[in-house]
Design a protein around this ligand. Sequence first.
Ligand code: ZN
Length: 370
Amino acid sequence: MQVICERCGKSENFVFSNWHCECGGAWLLQAILPVSGDSIDTHENSIWRYRGFFPVELRHPQDSLGAGFTPLLPCSIYDHKVLLKLDYLMPTGSFKDRGVELMMNALALAGVRQVVEDSSGNAGASVAAYAARLGMHASIFAPAHASPAKLAQIEVYGAQVHTIPGARQNASRAVMDAVQNGMVYASHANNPVYLLGQQTAAWEIWEQMAFHVPDWVVVPVGQGGNLLGYYEGFRALLRSGMIERLPGIIAVQPQRLAPICDAYQQGWREWMPVSAPQVGSVAEGLAITQPVRWKHIVDALDQSHGFCVRVPEEQILPAQYQLAKQGFYIEPTSAVVIAALPQIFNIVENNPRVVVSLTGSGLKSPAVQN
Ligand SMILES: [Zn+2]
């Protein structure tokens, strides 16, 4: 598989040990196949439904946990109609299973038996589950303050958990030591195959909307894999002549740490150092001070005529409860998109073709609000 560096444009044949470009940029798969309704494998009710859109060498998994093919459900929130993409209904309870199912199968097919990953919890749980399914060993580096339910989930799958004190980026530094000692990095932030798996969310929505696209897609942003999956998935449809325009992509971040909103709204050309807040947000999955693919995310907002919304901290848990009152139990990280809806509806007209991505199960981070 040919990959191209997002930062310097260098192209090479992808090998997992070479997890990023020597310039530090992340890889993207270079060959984007034409996509069409005719290539959908309608016998498959998972990401493998779109195997015809993948490079040939990725089309036949060693094993699956059935990621993907989640419902798209109409719902009324704050008196506005939206479509909820229920990506928290995944094998490990988070959207990351789309990309991880494809990435871990690619690793297994390449003969990799041991991987490392850093994560605030959900990517780690996903990598741990797929390692178990595929007969691999996983070591996960997670912040010590990660949700106990997420850490327990990682351990139950049989992965080795390394809890790292301090800010989220300390876990990223710790995994680098393991990678420098020769471990293979199964990185949801950097791996180009992961990003391809995330694109299946866009293709599902297109199919679920009778081969049309919504006007807007609302996603929480940490590393931005969900957002970029939607952007690149819809771009693949546009390039193939299957749709006439891109949906506007709306990124949502907690006000306490919103580096993508800063970069986009202030027109950053280079990354400006961002510190972790002294008191972190309850949206723990979004505690990323420097998203690896930040420029790509900013381009996605720009090219799709989207925008970025900051959510005040005190609105996040009430939004989680607001949705739970309708039966949808999502984690606080995921609830930022619900908290953002009043701001979003002030900007976009009242339009039923708004898709809201629900990314993580409430069981991941149980909390009781007083
Ligand atoms: Zn490069």
